[in-house]
Design a protein around this ligand. Structure first.
Ligand SMILES: C[S@@+](CC[C@H](N)C(=O)[O-])C[C@H]1O[C@@H](n2cnc3c(N)ncnc32)[C@H](O)[C@@H]1O
Length: 284
C-alpha cells in the first residue's frame, strides 16, 4: 500500500484501535473495550471475532440503519459514562444510540496540530463542533474560542468536557454553522484559526438542511472571509461524495500552503483504516 498523501493519526495512552475487519472495529477507551460497526472495515479482521468478544466489555448491536443499542458482554460493571484523558485534558464518554461514544479519536492529529499553531489570545472558531474536543484543546492553548453546534445536548456535553478539563470561558453558540459564520462575516469578525468538521448531512438548530456536497463551496468561501490574513483552516470531511479533487477545486483559489490528505489509522494488529479527508490550509 502506498503511503503517498496519507496522514496516519494514532491512538494514545487512553485510546487504542485494537483491530478492525468484518465491518466492525475493536477499540479501547481507558479500561473499557468496545465493538462497534464500521463501514470502512470491509476487510477481514486480524483476530477472530471470538477473541474480540473475549476482550470486549460492550458491543453495539444495530437495530435500524442509524441506531441501535449497546450490550454488556463482560463481567465488568461499565458505568453509563466514564472519562478518558488526552494529555492534561479530560473527555467524558457515553455510549450513544448512534454508536458513538463522544469523541472522534482520529482527530488526535488535529489536536496536536492546533497545539503547535495556536498562541495565547488567538481567536479560534470551531464549526460543527460536536462535544468540543478541538475547542477544549484550543482553550487549553490560551485561544479565545467560539464553539458552534446545532444540537443543544452536544453543547451541554462539550461544556462538561471543558469543566472536567478545568477550563472556562468558551463561547457557546447553538446555531446553524453556516448561518452563524455568515453573520460573523457581516459583523466583520476575524479569526486566526477556523476548524470545521461538517457531517455528510445534518440539521441546523432551526431545522436548516445541511448537505455537504451542496454547501461545501459556500462554507469554504465564508471561512476564507472569516480568517485573518495568513489564518489557518482545518477541514475534515467524511462523505464519499466529496473527494480530494473536489475539495482542492474549492480551496485552491483561496488558500495556499495546504496539505490535503487522506486520514488513516493503523490498528494494533496491523490493519489500515480510512477516516476521511483532511485539509490544512493558510489563507492567501
Ligand atoms: C462529525 S461531528 C463533528 C466531530 C468533532 N469535530 C470532533 O472531532 O469531536 C458533526 C457535528 O455537526 C453538528 N451539525 C450537524 N449539522 C449542523 C448544522 N447545520 N449546523 C451546526 N452544527 C451541525 C452535529 O450536531 C455534530 O455535532
Amino acid at each position: 500500500m502506498s503511503d503517498d498523501n496519507k496522514l496516519f493519526t494514532t491512538g494514545w495512552k487512553d485510546y487504542e484501535l485494537i483491530d478492525a475487519g468484518g465491518n466492525k472495529k475493536l477499540e479501547r477507551w481507558g479500561d473499557v473495550i468496545t465493538i462497534r460497526p464500521e463501514r470502512q472495515a470491509y476487510f477481514r479482521s486480524e483476530l477472530p471475532f471470538d477473541q474480540w468478544e473475549n476482550k470486549a466489555d460492550l458491543v453495539f448491536e444495530e437495530t435500524g440503519k442509524k441506531s441501535g443499542k449497546w450490550k454488556s458482554i463482560s463481567s465488568k460493571n461499565v458505568k453509563d459514562s466514564w472519562s478518558i484523558k488526552y494529555n492534561e485534558l479530560t473527555f467524558l464518554l457515553e455510549p450513544t444510540k448512534f454508536k458513538h461514544l463522544g469523541i472522534f479519536p482520529e482527530q488526535r492529529t488535529n489536536w496536536d496540530y492546533l497545539k503547535q499553531h495556536i498562541s495565547e489570545g488567538d481567536k479560534m472558531l470551531n464549526l460543527f463542533a460536536y462535544t468540543g474536543a478541538a475547542s477544549i484543546v484550543g482553550k487549553a492553548c490560551g485561544a479565545d474560542v467560539t464553539h458552534v453546534d446545532s444540537v443543544k445536548q452536544l453543547i451541554t456535553w462539550a461544556r462538561k468536557n471543558m469543566e472536567a478539563s478545568e477550563l472556562d470561558g468558551i463561547r457557546w453558540v447553538h446555531e446553524d454553522a453556516l448561518k452563524f459564520a455568515e453573520r460573523e462575516v457581516k459583523r466583520g469578525n476575524k479569526y486566526k484559526v477556523v476548524v470545521m468538521d461538517p457531517p455528510a448531512w445534518g440539521i441546523g438548530a432551526k431545522k436548516e438542511k445541511w448537505k455537504i456536497e451542496d454547501q461545501l463551496p459556500k462554507l469554504i468561501s465564508v471561512a476564507h472571509r472569516l480568517l485573518e490574513n495568513r489564518g489557518i483552516l482545518i477541514l475534515n470531511t467524511y462523505s464519499p461524495k466529496v473527494d480530494l479533487k473536489t475539495i482542492a477545486g474549492h480551496v485552491n483559489p483561496l488558500f495556499e500552503q495546504f496539505s490535503l490528505q487522506e486520514l488513516w489509522m493503523k490498528t494494533k494488529t496491523g490493519k489500515y483504516m480510512f477516516y476521511g479527508h483532511l485539509l490544512r490550509a493558510r489563507r492567501k
